[in-house]
Design a protein around this ligand. Structure first.
Ligand code: ZN
Length: 159
């Protein structure tokens, strides 16, 4: 799909908005967009059903697209996707899930140097042949992403 700055800003803003629905903890949001530019899935950091098992925003967005064709789609996520599932022994990490359903491009906001991705998310996606773009926005987006950063700081995501 066309990934102009305007397009990226539009969908990253939606991913940020989606993150506000998280029940507790970090703000992470994601939207999955088909090759023709249609939103086919939305997700935020949450829980699996009524359990206390973490459901990452990327997984929720992908599961939301269960009856859509995810091949060649683009995932916009506010945080670098995870390569490990520390608190979650059942669900596979988002990077392998992203690869498995044929997502061709990942656009993300914040780098995760410490937790689920531990700085390896981008490398892992690229290793699987997925294009990865870090999006640095401005205006509303910057303000939102800073809000998210501050939230992470409170949780000690960054040293
Ligand atoms: Zn994840």
């Amino acid at each position: 799909m066309d990934l102009s700055d305007e397009v990226m800003e539009h969908f990253m803003n939606l991913a940020v908005k989606e993150s506000y629905d998280r029940p507790t903890g970090f703000y992470v949001g994601a939207v999955l967009v088909s090759d023709s530019g249609k939103i086919i899935g939305r997700g935020h950091r949450g829980f699996l059903g009524q359990t206390n098992m973490l459901m990452h925003a990327e997984r929720m967005a992908i599961e939301d697209a269960y009856n859509k064709n995810t091949k060649g789609s683009t995932l916009f996520t506010t945080l670098e996707p995870c390569v490990q599932a520390k608190q979650n022994q059942v669900l596979s990490p988002c990077c392998s899930l992203i690869a498995r359903c044929g997502i061709s491009t990942v656009v993300y906001g914040l780098k995760d140097s410490k937790w689920g991705a531990a700085g390896e998310g981008v490398k892992e996606l690229e290793r699987r042949g997925i294009s990865v773009i870090q999006y640095f926005g401005w205006n509303d987006f910057l303000e939102s992403i800073m809000h998210i950063s501050r939230d992470y700081d409170n949780y000690g995501l960054y040293d």
